[in-house]
Design a protein around this ligand. Structure first.
Ligand code: B16
Ligand code: MG
Length: 217
């Protein structure tokens, strides 16, 4: 049966969480409160809108709809400034090795990300050509842990959900993959990503024999 592989972006392919953090921290400071790296963990895999809602809860701040919309735009302008000069040096270790292995075997590859900035980031780091389809925050209405993003990616690849493998660094993303009945692979702390079917700290721990087994299963 034809298999498909779906990659999350932030925290799996590149570490953009640090740039999201700097942009959210700047907004929090501007609104008069602090925002810590620990609190930033709550933002992984979460949509921009939901991130701002959480940030305002942390700062105990209320916002009018107009303020909310303005702050979303301001945060993104700052984030875009941080990612402006991203290049291939920011690709997480051994990610291209796995993408190349899949490509050489004609295995369909999708991006499944909550970010609305996914495509320009893939272009900047030079990985866009590996992806047969990109499903991101611009294409879905329901955020992870809803499985919409991964189900749409599978549909666009022409692969059944149960024949898809998902690489994810966020709890909400692992849950979305599981709800889509896909094979979830947690990238990061296994004590956090407890619901993943397989766990690895990063791609340096994933060998191509394991990937081949996933293709053959
Ligand atoms: P943007 P992923 C997610 O990307 C990030 O983990 C999350 O922190 C961010 O808020 C979200 O994208 C939206 O990003 O503001 O660029 O649209 O991990 O799903 O690739
Ligand atoms: Mg992520």
């Amino acid at each position: 049966m034809k298999k498909g592989f779906i990659f999350d972006l932030d925290g799996v392919i590149v570490d953009t969480a640090k740039y999201h953090y700097l942009a959210w921290k700047k907004l929090a400071n501007q609104l008069g409160f602090d925002f810590t790296k620990e609190q930033n963990e709550l933002f992984k895999g979460v949509s921009r809108k939901r991130c701002l809602e959480i940030l305002l809860e942390i700062g105990n701040r209320k916002a009018t709809q107009e303020e909310f919309d303005t702050w979303m735009v301001e945060k993104n302008i700052d984030y875009l400034a941080y990612i402006k000069n991203m290049d291939a040096s920011e690709i997480l270790p051994d990610v291209p090795k796995i993408l190349q292995f899949l490509k050489e075997r004609n295995i369909p590859i999708a991006l499944g990300s909550a970010s609305k900035n996914a495509q320009p980031i893939l272009e900047k780091v030079g990985l866009l050509h590996y992806f047969d389809t990109i499903v991101d925050g611009n294409n879905v209405t329901k955020a992870k842990p809803d499985p919409e993003v991964f189900l749409l990616a599978a549909k666009q690849l022409g692969v059944k959900p149960e024949d898809c493998v998902v690489f994810e660094d966020a709890v909400a993303g692992v849950e979305a993959a599981n709800r889509a009945e896909m094979i979830s692979i947690g990238i990061g702390d296994k004590n956090v990503l407890t619901k993943a079917k397989y766990n690895f700290n990063d791609f340096t721990q994933i060998d191509t024999y394991f990937v081949q087994e996933l293709i053959n299963r």
